[in-house]
Design a protein around this ligand. Structure first.
Ligand SMILES: [Zn+2]
Length: 228
């Protein structure tokens, strides 16, 4: 196994006997390089380095196009590292119930359901965010040897998290739709503010220690354009 080229976009490499030269295709999932079977890793690496800035720019364009969540039956919605397919149960209960089971989001509607699947799912996202973020804060606070006040989940337009001078932490519920490594980075970022109130070198050193993926996560957050 050879080391993958060090690039900042997701990269898939395929080798094809019939290819005559190295080609790159770019979509919102990343960059796909197809190369002749005879091509060495070094040649592929050199290709990626030569076109790195163009490939990065193309990927940024492809991945920043906004995505609108579809709340209809059978549609797929993002949840941490997964995508869940919405499934509506035949049954109904007084309060209704939503649960993720494998790759499915099972929705049992409340008796007074008026067909608004979106608001049911947004409520579910909110309570999942509450649960998941609380767990991750407890986990990292223990690792970092920190104590905190309250953890609150908020509807925020532009902020992913914040930390008050009383040690209270606020997080955006939309984090629950993002990959786990991104959520963990935001948690570590806010906890690190309990130690350093600025974005100094000492702050980033602490973040790096507990969330070494922070640069990748920052890029993800900058490109996040999901409409809920
Ligand atoms: Zn900050």
């Amino acid at each position: 196994m050879s080391a993958a080229p060090s690039v900042s976009f997701p990269l898939t490499l395929v080798r094809r006997p019939q290819s005559r030269r190295i080609r790159a295709t770019v979509n919102h999932e990343g960059v796909r390089i197809s190369a002749p079977s005879s091509c060495s890793d070094r040649e592929i690496d050199a290709f990626c380095r030569r076109y790195q800035s163009e490939l990065e720019a193309a990927w940024a364009r492809a991945s920043s196009a906004s995505q609108t969540i579809d709340y209809t039956l059978g549609a797929a919605i993002p949840y941490l590292d997964q995508t869940l397919t919405i499934h509506l149960s035949q049954a109904a209960t007084l309060r209704g119930c939503i649960a993720a089971q494998g790759d499915t989001l099972c929705v049992v509607t409340p008796l007074k359901y008026r067909g608004d699947l979106r608001s049911l799912i947004l409520d579910w996202y909110h309570s999942e965010a509450q649960h998941h973020l609380h767990q991750r804060v407890l986990h990292y606070a223990a690792q970092m040897g920190l104590t905190f006040g309250h953890v609150r989940i908020k509807e925020q337009r532009t902020r992913w998290g914040s930390c008050s001078s009383q040690g209270n932490l606020n997080f955006n519920w939309k984090l629950i739709t993002m990959p786990r490594h991104v959520v963990d980075y935001v948690v570590v970022h806010e906890l690190a503010h309990l130690v350093h109130l600025d974005h100094s070198a000492r702050f980033w050193k602490l973040v790096q220690q507990f969330a070494p993926q922070w640069q990748q996560a920052e890029r993800y957050l900058k490109q996040f354009r999901v409409v809920f």
